[in-house]
Ligand binder design. Sequence first.
Ligand code: DP6
Length: 319
Amino acid sequence: MPVATAVAHPNIALCKYWGKRDRALNLPSVGSLSLTLAPFSTTTTVEWGADFDELVLNGRTGTAAEASKVFGLLDLIDSWRPRVRVLTENDFPTAAGLASSSSGFAALALAATTAAGQKRSAEELSTLARRGSGSAARSIFGGWSEWKLGEREDGLDSYAFEIAPQDHWDVRMIVAIFDAGPKSISSRDGMLHTQQTSPYYPAWVQSAPRDLAEARSAIRNRDLAALGTVMERSALRMHACMMAADPAVLYWKSGSLWAQETVRMLRDQGIPCAWTMDAGPNVKVLVPAAHAGVVAARLARVAEQVHVLEPGGPARIVG
Ligand code: DP6
């Protein structure tokens, strides 16, 4: 029976994806840009040919909703596929705004196509992973990657590509966890609700291209001050947009605000750093490697847990 195991790292967006122009094809309303992060990873094994479709996620049977997303993606790989067994493990908290779906669907796309005997290019894998979860399109690549908005109605030009490799810039992303539990509302539901009810949504979509252009050039120039300005602006605008939804989507906790203030204070003291937040209360701080220890120690005063992550490599087959 053909079996393949793949590993992928989660990514954290610096220019955010929030909103879809096509729900069925999972096409975004804006382009986005991210950093893939190690050592956090998802390891996924796919057995292409089993007695029945089975999903085991972190040692438990997947829920019906999880299974339908996973087996739905496998149907896209081969509509005549056999029954398949999928075993997947995250070595970090699942569904806590730490982008577990990004590494999860990237590892699944690679393991499943390999087990099915298909050779796909990185672009094709990214397009496929996108169908499972948008942010997963970016986790096919290591280092700094951008997910193109694309123009085609069939979405075949909406995939990610590498802007700069893993070793381009010696930075760290410090993840300060204020609540490791599952999020109150999923990204998928939160972005749909925002799109449908927030009066700020059109402004969010309109403002995204400028953020992307500035972030690309800041990354190329290894300019943390410039990148920090863009990443905080993108995160604040995404959250402002969802806070203006009806009813509001509000992921922030008091610890989140404390961490943002701490980052501003550290910056005033001459330490280059900038924060971002996703669909959860946790705060991620980008900092040059040399300053990571000081920033992590400061965040550890209040955060439940602090993890220091570094640029990670692309999704890969390990067995
Ligand atoms: C806030 O990729 O999880 O992390 O495509 O519906 O699965 P779906 O959404 P998902 O959303 C991620 C949203 C975000 C920002 C980002 O990663 O760009």
